[in-house]
Structure formats: C-alpha cells, structure tokens
Design a protein. Sequence first.
Lengths: 615, 151
Amino acid sequence: MEQTVMAYIAGVDVGNNTTEAAIAEVTKQGKISFLSSATVRTVGIKGTIQNAMGVIFALDTALKPMALQRKELSLILLNEATPVIGDVAMETITETVITESAMIGHNPGTPGGQGLGVGTTIAWDRAALAAPNQKWILVMPSSIDFREAAARINGLMNEGKEIVGAIIRNDEGVLIHNRLIRPIPIVDEVEHIDRVPLGMPAAVEVAPPGRAIEKLSNPYDIATIFNLDPDETRQIVPIARALMGIRSAVVIKTPKGDIQERRIPAGKLVFIGKNRKVQVQVEEGAEAIMACVGEISPLVEIQAEPGTNVGGMFEQVRRVMAELTDQPIQHITVRDVLAVDTFKPQRVLGALAGEYALGNAVGLAAMVETHKLPMQRLARKIEDEILVSCVVGGVEAEMAILGALTTPGTRAPLAMLDLGGGSTDAALILEDGVVHSIHLAGAGEMVTMLIDAELGLEDKELAENIKCYPLARVESLFHIRHEDGSVQYFEKAMDPKFFGKLAIVADSGILPFDAKAAMEKVVAVRQQAKRKVFVTNALRALTRVAPAGNIRLIQHVVLVGGSALDFEIPKMVSDALYEYGVVTGRANVRGTEGPRNAVATGLILGQRKAEKVEA
Amino acid sequence: MNRRPAVWILKERTVLTDSFEPVLWGLEEEGIPFEVHEAGDVPVIELGKQAANGSPLNVGIGISVHGELILHHRDLPMETPLFSLIAEHRQSVRLRHLGMNAARLVKGQALVFDNGETTPSSDGIYSTNTQDRSKELIDSILNEILRSYTK
C-alpha cells in the first residue's frame, strides 16, 4: 500500500527556559512519523508575543535538516502553556554582631608557630614599657619589617619580658617565627590591626598544619582562659562556634566586649484555606512553614508580609502574571510555596580580619497560577508572521504525559514528574486516560539561589554553572582531578591563573573560579540544594496526584523537563522514590529525545486523536 | 647524590644574593625549602629551565646578570616559562610574589598575581597579562586626568 504524504505538522512547546519543536509527517492513513525536533532558548517571558521569535527559530532549526520550507507546514500546534510562574527569594534570620571587637578568627594561609599564647595585648611601640613579670601579646602594624620585628622580639625576650604571642598585619608570620629564639604563635594578615583593643586580656592560638584550633573553638576552654562565669560563658558560644574548623584565631576579652547572634524579624506568611487561616513567622524556619502548607488543604492563597524580601518577591510574581494575562493584580494569588532552611555566609559586623559567620536563612519559592495564558494572541502573531495556520493544542500536562508515554517500556497508568526551572509539575495518567496534574513552587532556579547563597558567591551565573556541571581541581599545570577522584591530563600547559583552583568541567571546557570553600564542601552544598528542592518536591507532587495520596500506589514514574537532564538529580529522585517501591527513570521520548520534547510530541499525537474522534 | 627536596635558584655567578632576597622570603613564608646554585653567563630562560630540571620539586628560578628572573617548571617547554620578571619590574613585592608562586606551584595552591608579570604566549593557550597591562595604563591615564582636575 502506497503511503502518500498528506501533511507536515509541527508541535511547539514554549517553556520558561526553552522552546521545543517536533515535526511529523502524517499520511492519508493517519500514520504519524516524526521527522525531527529542535530545542532553542525561549525569547521573552512564556506566554508573551515575544515568544514568536523563539518559536519561528525553533521551527527553522527543526526544518533545516529536512530541507523543508516553513510554508510546507500545514499546521503548527502550540501548547496551552500552564499559566504558572515561580520566583525565589531569601530571608536571613540570624546575623552575628561583634560590639567592641572581641575576636579575630580567620584562616591566613601561613600563620607562624603553633600552640596557645595567653597574655595582655600591647602595642609594638609600647613594648619597651612592658612589665617583666607579666605575659604579653604584641600587636604589630604593617610598617614593621619582619627582620626588625624578629630582632626586637628576641631583644625583649632577652630582657626577660614574656612575649607569648603576636598579632600582625603583614603576611610574615612564618618569616618572623623562623627568626625567634623562642617560638610563639603568630596570627598574620589581620586586616584591621589598628582596631585591635590594647591592654586587654587576649589569647592567640595557631594549630599545626592540617589541624584546626582546639582551645578557642571550645566555649569551656575560653571560659578557662578568661575565668568566665556560666553566664559569660553562654555569651561567648557564638565566638567559639565562629572559630570552629579554622587554623588560627585570636580572642580578646574587652570590658563591654560582646558578640551576639541576633535574630532578624523576617515577617510572616499567612496561609488562607477554604475555611481557615494560619499565620507563621518566617524565622521559625522551613519545617514550620511547610507544616502549614500541608495542614491547610485546599489552599486558596498565601500572603507574605509587605516590606520583607519574601513580600517583595510575592508582589513581583503577581505583578508579572497580572501584566502577562491582562488581569487585575488582585485576582492573582500565590498558590504554593516551598521553604528550605539554608545558611548564608555574612560578613561579621565589627570583625577585624573580614571574617564571615554563617547566618541562618530561609529560602522561599512561590508560584502563582491563573486560568489561562494568552497563547491565542501568540498563535495569531505566528500566523501573521509565517502564514501557516497555528492553533493552541491541548492542556500542557496531558500533552506532556502523552509524549512521555512514547518512552519505550512505559504504559498507563504512569506518573510523570516535570522537573523544570520555575516549577515542579506532576501528572498521573490512569488506564482510562484520565489525567490528574499539579504544579508546585520550587525547581532549578531555587537550587541556583541556594548554591549562590550558601557558598556566598553573589554571582548567579557562576552558581548556575556549579549547579549544572561536575567540579575538578587543577592540581598541576598539566592535570586536573575530577570530583570523583579520576585524573585527566592535558597535552599543553594550562593558564597559570587556573593553577591550584577549583574548576567547573563544562561542555565547553574547564572554567576555573575562586572558591572560599574546599571542593568537598562545594559538592556537598550543590547536592544538598538539589535534594532539598527536587526530592522534597518530587515527594510532595506525587503525593498530591497519587491515588489516595499514597505514592506506593504509583508503579512507574518518568522524569521529564530540563532538570531531568541534570547529571545527578534523576539519581537523587530515583533513590528517594525507590523507598516507596516506585520504578523511576528519565523519559526517552519517542525512544530518541531523552527527557526533552514530551509536550511537542504529545501535541502532535493528541491532535491525531482529536481528529479521529471528530471523524 | 643526596638530593634535598628544594626549589632550585640558579643565578649567574656575579649576581649578589642581596639583590633577590625577597624571592627567598616569599619561599620561606610559604614554608618551601630552597637552594641557591651558581652558573655561568647563559640566557636567563636556560638558567630557569636548568634550575627546574635540577630541582627534586621540579620548580626552579633563574636569575640573569641583568637582573631578569624566570620561574620555570620541569614539565614546561624551555621557551615557555611560567613567569618572567624583567629588570624594570623587580620591586620587592614582585620578587616576594615570585618566590611565593614558586612555593605555591610546589604546594598546588592558587598563585598570586600582580601587574607586570608576563606569561609568554604559545598558541594562545597562555593568557598574557595584556589585560593587566592595559588596566595599568588606564589607571595611570585616569590618575593624570584626575590630577589635572584637582589643579
């Protein structure tokens, strides 16, 4: 039987980040064969006229290998994009404040000597007046050359003065130490040496290489050194905590010296259900917030306190959605939030060496949902531009699951998790073809925010790269060691600027970056951020679509969406779901496309179904 | 031969140790041992390479009679040393950084950079510090302009 080509049709899925196209050939007999597909970046916010450019580019990219013209297409099917947008914000809830500088805890690369020295701080130029039967800690400005410093300290020691430690500005701790007749611990590279209080009891500690300080990171040792009472000991706990894990530190006891961990009021969230309302303070943490999300069901709206970061973020997503859909902002409501506990390194206020302390923070993702995005407008625009008829196809979730079902080895009932950039969506198709779907706040963008915050990068692009690629360390001019321990050699020497640094192993090559943290720490932060968002949301989403809210009743889950392409997220989700006896895997749409192109494929398949029903 | 692990410094015979002391301080502060050896009047790049080849740590510094310095590594081709410091740029802090970088090369730690060091270009895989140099130039021009304003 001869199969004559009846038409070429295209399915196009405009997503938050990418626009995907599929092109199929449909014969008179109604047989569909897919010819090609393409993925390009979305132009403009999903649902706006600007998307047309991306759509046309995606079509052209897909048409090119087949040498087809746009006008040879007889139909373009556009997704009924889910009217969901998400955004993320962070609220810091604790900060460390030092009044009257009381500590210096930092990690100069090469401090001098080792051990603990306890004495009274004394300025360099007053050292001659130091009483002989007392222990002293010298405070030295940058103007003193190390040879002069060493000679002077030796002179003082010979006079019988007890110099037990030094705090210095320059990076010369080892140089001074090597020239002393009696070794003392020296903390160097102290940025604000002029702010070090003088005439005060102080302790200097330097740990041997490869070790962390032991005394000054323990509150009871600090209490022992300075004769603190139990109340005072309680107060210095934040100091001890801030000094944990570092190689050298100074603690100075000043009369009014105080260090506080302050809680910052971060406003409240209000959860409004059908018949009741619950308030929660953001600073109570993610667990308390998520308990409210679970408690109030069905949720009608979530409100955040104006004037806070989260309040501003809520306002922003609602405004964008209102503009997008031409609706008054009052009609747009936040329908879901995902809260995650996190840490944010913050410059310690009043510190002497630019120290950081980890403040607690809560990361929040919010999602707004409305009835319909104006995709008709976009369809008309595309028709005008390329003179091919363009219609808006079926509901996105249904199309996506139709596409996902083309994965070899799947059949209904099947659950699908769409791990995207702005939201995590789930859909379940039953044997009778009925589809349940849900959209939740929190996805790839939130992971990026958490990585950015926890590593103190303040660089979204770098955080995004750290999220997407594995790490390596440049160990020599010719080789790197990957995070899994394997080694890769290069023919030619690398740029010396890369040497000794951490690097992102991107597709385009290795990208070195300056990290304050060790590779293991960066990897741990990256993996935790992914788990906190995607594993939490996978469980949340599947519970909502599962029969009787029981994940165990789902047998198969396929993963689609951009984050399903991640090199470790699918495994994390799969591991978590394995505990429920669920088979999880990345979709392979049409056996060729991997987790991409599910909606575009589903649109074409769905269209044929609709036509058959009509016939 | 008993070879102590050390960064080798190969200087032309007549060069005084005093003239490059900050290099040694840089090495000392970073905690890496060094040995100073003497050689005849050969091109500085060869001194650097010979020092690197001789050093059990594979890192060497060559110092010419003209005061030029080269930081070299055994695995690098002779003509592409890691850093070279020309006589006009040999301020104390730069000499100190050269010593620190020799030590950090041994330790596998990120290097320190300042203006004036050049990394020779070969097939474009080395980045020359042209950016730094143009930045230096821009800074000096800006300073000139600012000064003329304050007059």
